[in-house]
Design a protein around this ligand. Structure first.
Ligand SMILES: CC(C)(COP(=O)(O)OP(=O)(O)OC[C@H]1O[C@@H](n2cnc3c(N)ncnc32)[C@H](O)[C@@H]1OP(=O)(O)O)[C@@H](O)C(=O)NCCC(=O)NCCS
Length: 183
């Protein structure tokens, strides 16, 4: 059963990255490479079309409380469900969630769940405009890996069984619809 975003998490605003609007300076999720990405690389990556970014703030405050990014990617069709192998394409188009993170003081209160639900809702809309068979992400190999893996499994993600990327998980667009139907 997927986790539920709390009412508190539901009341936050999730908006497209705006350099002038979002204050990233105090953000800390406990994993410095993600914090550094948000503060130092995100603007350039958005400008250059590598990702789009979606940031959570409280209505009265510009401080970033959480975020995720989306980008296009392809995975080999010999991975994933049988339908991918039947499609006779060398690579399967997917949407890649490059980062999901919540500010330390906000963790464990449902915001991570709310961000991933927002991400997969957005991806379902994107997949109506361009081919995208699944959403893919790499589960961070760091402290609390099992909790993090369960967090994504509860939302419907499963292992891609990619020997080159053992923590890579995916959720097909068909399964996205059933995850969202349970929300
Ligand atoms: C992983 C993370 C995004 C989850 O966000 P969150 O707001 O804390 O999550 P929620 O409150 O919605 O809780 C959902 C589940 O997340 C997992 N979780 C919670 N805190 C976590 C933490 N510090 N580390 C890893 N997983 C955590 C748990 O499985 C939790 O379910 P549970 O309460 O039944 O144990 C957040 O903890 C975080 O930013 N961690 C550091 C960066 C990171 O690991 N990013 C993910 C990269 S793949």
């Amino acid at each position: 059963m997927p986790a539920e975003p709390s009412n508190e998490a539901r009341s936050l605003t999730i908006a497209k990255f705006d350099k002038a609007l979002h204050d990233r300076s105090a953000f800390s999720c406990g994993f410095p490479p993600i914090d550094n990405f948000l503060k130092s690389s995100l603007s350039d990556q958005v400008r250059d079309g590598m990702v789009t970014a979606w940031l959570a703030t409280a209505d009265v405050d510009r401080a970033v409380l959480g975020f995720y990014t989306l980008g296009a990617m392809a995975v080999r069709s010999n991975l994933g469900p049988k339908a991918w192998q039947r499609a006779r394409v060398p690579d399967v188009p997917v949407i890649y969630i490059r980062a999901v993170a919540v500010h330390e003081g906000m963790q464990g209160r449902g915001l991570g769940t709310a961000l991933v639900i927002d991400a997969i809702t957005r991806c379902a809309t994107i997949a109506e405009q361009m081919g995208a068979a699944a959403i893919v992400l790499d589960v961070l190999q760091h402290d609390h890996f099992e909790r993090r893996w369960k967090f994504y499994a509860d939302l419907g993600f499963q292992s891609l069984q990619d020997p080159d990327n053992p923590t890579r998980v995916y959720i097909s667009m068909a399964d996205v619809r059933s995850t969202l139907a349970q929300k």
